[in-house]
Design a protein around this ligand. Structure first.
Ligand code: ADP
Ligand code: MG
Length: 266
């Protein structure tokens, strides 16, 4: 069964005069369990909007989003939060919670009416902190650690939700090279070892080309290409979608295709 199915989805933002400011769609998409998908496209192409529609945060004016076979609008927010983890783009303007408190927020959908955490919740938070490798930072403030560590904390918060899918909006945007790679490696491990579906918006074609099996290319509110990463990251598609010329090379490592994109800067 598809995890997500988008049928004829259309979403329009209106401007102050109630005129269409941006149109997304029509989008038809299916996302299966175990996929690791990148969403690629220039600024303003509708990537974040699409991710919000997939997660049920935005409800399309036309078409439907099915999650595990049922309309996503039929699920309560709490129910969705037990299945879908969301990692927002890096933000510095967050209240100075501790890392532990941030990750414990992932348990909110599981707490009963008293709102008290149980032993199990603390165990799950500890496990999530260990998985992303920041257990020793748990008592630090979220603003007292590096961007890479903070991004791991938000991934741990998503993990504490015990989700079947994690959606990420440019999670590596402000990280240095080593931490960008390590976040993608971590996501790949979660995808392979914990069967968590990963959908990640990124501007890094090489990380998408190395770690994601499928790429969804967007331009002007539409999905213009969708398929195996190796078939999507071609000179023609990159020219067409990003208006940048490039050279592509591929290699097979451990049976998996890695696509390397060399952007031409001249
Ligand atoms: P991307 O993530 O690909 O950069 P977005 O999905 O964030 O693109 O935005 C697509 C377009 O929709 C942009 O032109 C943006 O200005 C517009 N947009 C995004 N959010 C809103 C909103 N809340 N109200 C009106 N317009 C919006
Ligand atoms: Mg965006």
């Amino acid at each position: 069964m598809n995890l997500f199915l988008l049928n004829g989805v259309r979403y329009t933002y209106l401007n102050n005069s109630d005129l269409p400011a941006f149109r997304l769609g029509e989008i038809n998409l299916n996302i299966d369990k175990q996929e690791m998908i990148s969403i690629l496209g220039p600024n303003g192409s509708g990537k974040s909007t699409l991710l919000k529609i997939i997660s049920g945060v935005l409800v399309p004016q036309f078409g439907e989003v099915l999650f595990m076979g049922n309309s996503i609008t039929k699920y309560k927010r709490k129910e969705i939060a037990k299945h879908i983890g969301f990692v927002p783009a890096f933000s510095t303007s967050i209240y100075p919670f501790s890392v532990y408190e941030i990750v414990m927020m992932g348990r909110t959908p599981y707490l009963n009416f008293t709102g008290f955490e149980k032993k199990e919740d603390h165990e799950i938070v500890a496990e999530a902190l260990n998985t992303v490798g920041i257990y020793e930072l748990r008592n630090k403030g979220i603003n007292e650690i590096s961007g890479g560590e903070a991004q791991r904390a938000f991934i741990a918060r998503a993990l504490a939700q015990k989700p079947s899918v994690i959606l990420l909006d440019e999670p590596t945007a402000h990280l240095d090279l080593k931490h960008q790679i390590s976040v993608f490696k971590l996501l790949k491990e979660l995808n392979e070892n914990q069967d968590i579906t990963i959908v990640i918006i990124s501007h890094d074609l090489n990380l998408a080309g190395s770690f994601c099996n499928r790429a969804i290319l967007m331009r002007n509110g539409k999905v213009v290409r969708d398929g195996k990463t190796i078939d999507m990251l071609t000179q023609e598609n990159i020219q067409d979608v990003f208006e940048v010329s490039s050279e592509i090379s591929t290699e097979i490592i451990n049976g998996e295709a890695k696509v390397h994109v060399h952007l031409r800067t001249y």
